[in-house]
Design a protein around this ligand. Structure first.
Ligand code: BES
Ligand code: ZN
Length: 646
């Protein structure tokens, strides 16, 4: 699913930055509100929460549409140790104009050196009794977290649209904050936008437009900075259940509501599995196609890509996934980005359980097989790139972009580890354990070691055989997949394999293949397995040419029969266009280019661009397309693509 987006060269570059930054790192020791000892060394934040910690924020921002700037102030409330006097916040390209205490007295402040990705620390010298600090600031135009979408790039093509993407460490580019996932705070906000537009946040949200364009928000449950979110535009709302609904551009609203009709059922089933939903409402905002991710679990308001509105409800697992984060991630948060698998692995496992419950086992087995194959491929590629260290669940991202940890490893090695534990201890014991785990750690954070300790204490120590079979330290600290990992199977997809064999060996002609009842998952598997046959990794050159000629013929025939190049389903388009480029089937290049220009979801862009740059002709066309497309991409995607084109 996720490919590695970073070259070894940039690893070297960031390691060099690390050498410079880590000299200032301290071990944080202090207390957090929930009485857990605050002891987190976060390699991606300059802040000092063990001494002075932000517990609440009051934001007051105006959206300046004409200049693409957010401008205003934030008042932070602090919890501090007796003798601590310097508050440190993370910032990235923020323009700070004043810092004051609650009585309006100017406080001494300065910005430290600025570094790529990490930004600059903001030091503020506090008076003895200062518990609140007001920071007056504005963002630069087009801050890294923010995407200012022009009307032609929206669904309805009429109005502008703004959205933020704070994970992993982009919150600091629009709010000065302690940008470390272990630091949790409540917040309120007053946002001024264009009259007639709606504004939405990861908080209590309006459901109707108000003519003043001024909205107030409250999030009274503590969240991490990476979950701070803001969006504004011409947006309407439609309720879907008791406590859930859809926000989208008016022209998209009904389609989205139809696609996600099962949302209430998902919330109910999730609650039955691992404890009541804690965040009051669960709404989903459908964003313009440039959104760089599939979904983002902003509390109370998931942000979602429109590429999952396929008209056949085949991608609703995205909702199950982002909803599951309401427990794994938003309630129980990874202590640092080195423990990212605690967010995503748990969420993928939870998503799987919700999907199985709603749509049955055969359906979920298909998804597991697809994920397993992706994971094997990713691990092989990472090995080839000398990145085996990143195939451990526990990561070491010190000095590097946390995005480097965004691979199938956290998601699916993490998920399959939990499946493995479930099998060993049995579903009932496992579910009881997870229930307890979420309750015991709600509104707090954990690192891999905390989890391991809790797992042993509450579960594995009860039975020496469980503990032996669990093999937990190899899963967490070993490279690749452990030998005891069990490959999932799917009867449905076995049928697809048989069909491909019969077709390729000439037993059945294309129009005799029985594809009745195929879902988009069958098709995705079909394209990927075909790819494995047609583009073998290690074939000798002379054989390769023969295969290539034949492959172009095969893809032409298949496209004529199944019309993959003209389907609306982005998952299928991505797989098909990638295979087409690899094989040299160029007839669908116009559709491929249109796809790359109209969609900004990184997961779909990367494989196609990566395949294109492998030939001189492809590289030229990749560069041309990127020139056209980049204005529509969020910085997260644009930077990744640029990396590939270099
Ligand atoms: N929280 C992630 C997205 C993310 C991770 C953004 C790391 C920035 C840094 C979100 O929950 C996610 O996993 N999204 C997936 C979709 C999902 C169905 C696997 C995606 O965007 O593809
Ligand atoms: Zn996720």
């Amino acid at each position: 699913m996720f490919q590695k987006s970073i070259s070894s060269l940039s690893v070297l570059f960031f390691s060099a930055i690390l050498l410079i930054t880590c000299q200032n790192e301290k071990k944080y020791v202090g207390t957090q509100k929930n009485s857990k000892i605050f002891s987190v060394e976060d390699p991606h934040s300059y802040s000092n929460p063990s001494k002075i910690r932000v517990t609440h924020m009051d934001l007051n921002l105006e959206i300046l549409w004409s200049t693409h700037i957010l401008k205003g102030f934030v008042t932070v409330t602090l919890d501090k140790n007796e003798n601590a006097d310097t508050l440190i916040l993370d910032t990235r390209q923020l323009k700070i104009s004043a810092v004051q205490n609650i009585s309006g007295k100017a406080l001494n402040y300065w910005l430290g050196d600025s570094k790529a990705i990490f930004g600059a620390p903001l030091y503020i010298v506090l008076g003895k009794d200062d518990k609140k600090v007001k920071i007056v600031y504005e963002t630069i135009a087009n801050a890294a977290a923010l995407q200012w979408v022009s009307p032609p790039q929206t669904h309805d093509k009429k109005e502008e649209f703004l959205y933020s993407q704070s994970q992993a460490i982009l919150a600091r580019s629009w709010v000065p904050c302690q940008d470390a996932p272990a630091v949790k705070f409540t917040y309120t906000a007053k946002i001024k936008t264009k009259p007639g537009y709606l504004a939405l946040m990861s908080a209590t949200n309006p459901q109707e437009v108000n003519e003043s364009g001024i909205y107030t928000f409250e999030m009274d449950q503590p969240i991490s900075s990476y979950l701070l979110a803001l969006s504004s535009g011409e947006i309407s709302f439609k309720a879907l259940g008791n406590n859930c609904g859809i926000y989208a551009e008016p022209g998209m609203l009904e389609k989205a509501a139809w696609e996600f009709a099962d949302m209430q059922k998902m919330i109910d089933e999730a609650g039955k599995l691992y404890g009541t939903y804690m965040w009051k409402r669960y709404d989903v905002l459908v964003l313009p196609p440039s959104f760089p991710f599939g979904g983002m679990e902003n509390p109370r308001l998931t942000f979602a890509t429109p590429t999952v509105i396929t008209g056949d409800r085949s991608q609703v697992s995205l909702i199950a996934h982002e909803l599951a984060h309401s427990w794994s991630g938003n309630l129980v948060t990874n202590a640092t980005w080195n423990d990212f698998w605690l967010n995503e692995g748990f969420t993928n496992y939870f998503e799987q359980r919700i999907m199985e419950k709603l749509y049955g086992k055969p359906y979920d087995e298909m998804r597991q097989v697809l994920a397993w194959n992706d994971l094997e491929k990713t691990i092989a590629e990472m090995k080839a790139d000398g990145l085996l260290g990143d195939t451990k669940l526990k990561l070491n991202l010190k000095g590097r972009d946390p995005d480097d940890g965004l691979s199938d490893v956290a998601y699916d090695k993490g998920r399959f580890f939990l499946c493995h534990l479930e099998k060993i201890v049995g579903k009932k014991n496992w579910d009881d354990f997870l229930n307890k785990y979420f309750k015991a750690n709600a509104f707090s954070y954990n690192n891999t070691e905390d989890f391991l300790k809790y797992l042993n204490q509450e579960l594995l120590d009860k039975n020496p055989e469980w503990k032996r079979l669990a093999n937990a330290s190899e899963w967490m600290y070993g490279e690749g997949l452990p030998k005891d990992a069990v490959k999932p199977v799917s009867r449905e997809l076995d049928k697809v394999d048989l069909l491909i064999t019969n077709y390729l060996n000439g037993t059945l002609k294309i129009d005799r293949l029985d594809t009745s009842g195929f879902t988009s998952h069958h098709w995705q598997y079909f394209i990927r397995q075909l790819g494995k046959k047609l583009v073998p990794e290690n074939s000798m050159n002379s054989i390769k040419i023969v295969i290539e000629l034949n492959s172009i013929y095969i893809l032409t025939e298949i496209d004529k029969q199944y019309k993959f190049s003209n389907r609306g389903n982005a998952e299928i388009c991505c797989d098909w266009f990638t295979l087409s480029v690899k094989v040299g089937y160029t007839q669908n290049r116009p559709q491929t280019e249109k796809f790359l220009v109209s969609i900004g979801r990184r997961k779909f862009l990367m494989p196609i661009y990566e395949a294109l740059v492998k030939t001189p002709e492809g590289k030229i066309s990749a560069k041309q397309v990127f020139e056209k497309a980049k204005i529509g991409y969020h910085s997260v995607s644009a930077i990744s693509v640029e990396e590939v084109l270099k």
